[in-house]
Design a protein around this ligand. Sequence first.
Ligand code: FEO
Length: 170
Amino acid sequence: MFSKDLLDAMNEQMKNEFFSGYLYQAMAGYFEAEDLPGIASWMRVQALEELTHGEKFFYFICEAGGRTDLRGFDAPKNDYKSPLDCFEYSLKHENFVTDSINKLMDLARGDNNHAAQIFLQWFVTEQVEEEASFGLILKKLQRIGDDGNGLLRLDEELGQRVFVPPAAEA
Ligand code: FEO
């Protein structure tokens, strides 16, 4: 079902998704240490979402007759200069994930693997949402600048986010 190159890239992307969860959990730790529990909570929800993304790859690889290959990764970045620095880093990370999903889609197209293309389409759309969501928070932080009250309001706003398990999504 998978070509060797496509299977390798699918396993690599599964690693990228699980790593994203680990990275956002590390960022949650940074925000907890900065006494911004709302943003920390937002990051924990994001970390949980990324684990479901990794699981989606895991189950698709199995169902489509491939062999899963769980790979290791380096420690995520734990320390940031500021909330702005942290969200700049996270948006760059999402840009990297989008790029790797697009390359994966190109590989699936080249292989004429229709099932993989349909599976990956969900991730193409998801990346548009994720870049928009990280980008919006980044813009808010840029506007907030050194305004401590503005940062506390953002902390309160982001603390409202709740994790929605994939099965409960519309
Ligand atoms: Fe699943 Fe944020 O990439």
